[in-house]
Design a protein around this ligand. Structure first.
Ligand SMILES: *[C@@H]1O[C@H](CO)[C@@H](O)[C@H](O)[C@H]1NC(C)=O
Length: 153
C-alpha cells in the first residue's frame, strides 16, 4: 500500500518532464517557475539542518495588500504544517523586486530561505505543498500553489 502511494505521488514528476511544476489538486493557480538553489532537477535532495533557498514566479490573480505563505509537508501519507521562521508567513516581506500591494495580473517573484528540520533520514520521499494566499471578504483565496518532491537524505 505504501509503495503504491509513493508511486502515485511521483508519477506527475515524470509527466511534467523538465518543467517540474506539479499543480495542487483542485485546479488552483500554478506558478510559472520554481527554482530551488542547489537543485537542478526534482526531486531535490535535502538533509535535516539544511537551509533551502527557493524562488517562485507567479501571476498574481487579485489586487491585494497582504500575502500569506504556508508550507505543508507530506511524508508517508501524513500531511503536516511546516513551521516557518518568524515573519516568514508574511510573503509581502519576501517579494523579490516588488512590494505589497500587488496588482491583478502582476508578475511576482517570491523567495526566501527556510531551515529544514526533520526527524527522517535515509532516502525518505517527501512532498511539499507550497501555497501563497490572501483573504478577501473573509475568505481565503489561493494565489499560487504547487507541489515539490523532495528526498530526505
Ligand atoms: C496543512 O496540513 C494541515 C494538517 O494536516 C491541514 O489542516 C491544512 O489544511 C493543510 N494546509 C494546506 C494549505 O493544505
Amino acid at each position: 500500500m505504501l509503495s503504491y502511494l509513493l508511486a502515485v505521488a511521483f508519477i506527475p514528476a515524470v509527466v511534467f518532464g523538465h518543467h517540474h511544476i506539479l499543480p495542487c489538486p483542485g485546479g488552483l493557480p500554478t506558478p510559472t517557475a520554481v527554482r530551488v538553489q542547489g537543485c537542478d532537477s526534482f526531486p531535490c535532495y535535502i538533509n535535516s539542518g539544511d537551509l533551502v533557498s527557493y524562488e517562485v514566479d507567479f501571476v498574481q490573480p487579485h489586487t491585494t495588500d497582504a500575502l500569506t505563505l504556508a508550507l505543508n509537508a507530506t511524508v508517508f501519507g501524513v500531511e503536516r504544517e511546516v513551521t516557518l521562521p518568524p515573519g516568514a508567513s508574511n510573503a509581502c516581506n519576501s517579494l523579490i523586486g516588488a512590494s505589497c500591494p500587488v496588482s491583478e495580473g502582476q508578475s511576482v517573484t517570491q523567495g526566501t530561505t527556510i531551515p529544514v528540520f526533520t526527524e527522517y533520514h535515509g532516502g525518505i520521499p517527501a512532498q511539499l505543498r507550497f501555497q501563497i494566499s490572501h483573504t478577501m471578504h473573509g475568505h481565503e483565496h489561493i494565489c499560487v500553489c504547487t507541489l515539490v518532491n523532495f528526498i530526505i537524505n
